[in-house]
Design a protein around this ligand. Structure first.
Ligand SMILES: Nc1nc2c(c(=O)[nH]1)N[C@H]1C(S)=C(S)[C@@H](COP(=O)(O)O)O[C@H]1N2
Ligand SMILES: [Mo]
Length: 258
C-alpha cells in the first residue's frame, strides 16, 4: 500500500547521487533552474493569488520531439483494479464514457470517439513530480475548456473536480478513489487538456488510459489519470477532507504551481 509521496525538496541529495551515478534517464529537480521555479521553490508560503499575479497567462514551456529522451515514467496508480475499469480496458475502452456534471446547464456524456472527434491540441511538455523527477512527453487531447463548454457551466461554477477509477489507498471505511480539482482559470488555460494519446500512441494504462488531465503549470499529482467524471462545483468543502485533492488532503499544496 502506498502511504505517501517523497517530497522533492527533501530529495535533492538523492537526485545528485543519481546524476553522479551517470543514470540520467530522468531529469532531476536540480536541473530545473528557471528563475520562476526557484522563486516559487523559495516562497512556498506564497498565496495562490500572489503566484497567479506572477504567472499571469504564462504558458508552460513547450519542447521539440528531440527533447523526448525517455518514456513517460508511470507513477502512483499504474493499473486500476476495479472490475468496471478492467472490463473496459479489455475492450479497448469502447464502453468508456466521460461524464460532465454538477453546476452545468446541460450535463454531457462523451465516448472516446466523441472526444477524439473534437478539435485536438498537441503539446510537448515537461512533467515534474513532487518526488523530484521530470519527463518530457508529447500529449494529445481535447482542451478541457472545449469539453466544459459543451456542458455550459453555470455562473456559480468555480472548480472542476476530477473523479478517477483508481484507489491508491484502502482505509477502514473502504477504498479512497483518487480525486483532484483545479479552478476554472486553470481549466480554461490553453494548455489544459484531457489527453487520450501520449508520444504518438493511445494513452497507456500505466499513464492513465483512456483519459487523463494535463495542467501544465502545476506539479504531476494534479494531472489526474483514469478520469471518469468531471464535476463543476462552487466549493471543495465536501470533497475528501475538504482540501480539494487526494494529495492536498495528505499535506501537499492544492495549488501546486511550478
Ligand atoms: N488517478 C490518478 N492520477 C494520478 C496519480 C494516481 O495515483 N492516480 N498519480 C499522480 C502523480 S503523483 C503523478 S507524478 C502523475 C504520474 O503520471 P504518469 O504515471 O503518467 O507518470 O500522475 C498523477 N495522477
Ligand atoms: Mo507525482
Amino acid at each position: 500500500m502506498r502511504t505517501g509521496m517523497i517530497d522533492r525538496r527533501k530529495l535533492l541529495l538523492g537526485s545528485a547521487a543519481l546524476a553522479l551515478s551517470g543514470c540520467k534517464v530522468f531529469d532531476t529537480a536540480a536541473d530545473q533552474g528557471s528563475t520562476l521555479h526557484q522563486l516559487f521553490a523559495s516562497h512556498e508560503g506564497l498565496t495562490r493569488p500572489a503566484q497567479r499575479a506572477l504567472i499571469g497567462d504564462r504558458l508552460a514551456p513547450e519542447y521539440t520531439e528531440a527533447d523526448i529522451r525517455q518514456g513517460m515514467r508511470p507513477n502512483g496508480s499504474t493499473d486500476p483494479v476495479s472490475a468496471a475499469y478492467r472490463q473496459m480496458a479489455e475492450t479497448a475502452f469502447r464502453d468508456y464514457r466521460l461524464s460532465v456534471t454538477g453546476l452545468v446547464e446541460a450535463p454531457v456524456t462523451l465516448s472516446l470517439r466523441d472526444l477524439t472527434a473534437l478539435p485536438a491540441r498537441t503539446q510537448i511538455t515537461r512533467h515534474d513530480c513532487v518526488e523530484g523527477w521530470s519527463c518530457i512527453a508529447k500529449w494529445q487531447g481535447v482542451p478541457l475548456g472545449t469539453v466544459l463548454n459543451l456542458a455550459q457551466p453555470k455562473p456559480a461554477a468555480r472548480y472542476a473536480v476530477f473523479h478517477c477509477f483508481d484507489a491508491i489507498e484502502r482505509s477502514l471505511s473502504g477504498e479512497v478513489l483518487y480525486y483532484e480539482s483545479i479552478d476554472l482559470i486553470d481549466a480554461y488555460h490553453a494548455q489544459t487538456i484531457l489527453a487520450y494519446a501520449m508520444n504518438g500512441t493511445a494513452l497507456p494504462v500505466a499513464n492513465g488510459a483512456p483519459l487523463r488531465l494535463r495542467v501544465e503549470r502545476q506539479l504531476g499529482y494534479k494531472m489526474a489519470k483514469y478520469v471518469h467524471t468531471i464535476e463543476l462545483t462552487d466549493s471543495l468543502a465536501s470533497l475528501g477532507f475538504g482540501r480539494g485533492s487526494y494529495w492536498a488532503d495528505r499535506g501537499y499544496e492544492w495549488y501546486a504551481g511550478i
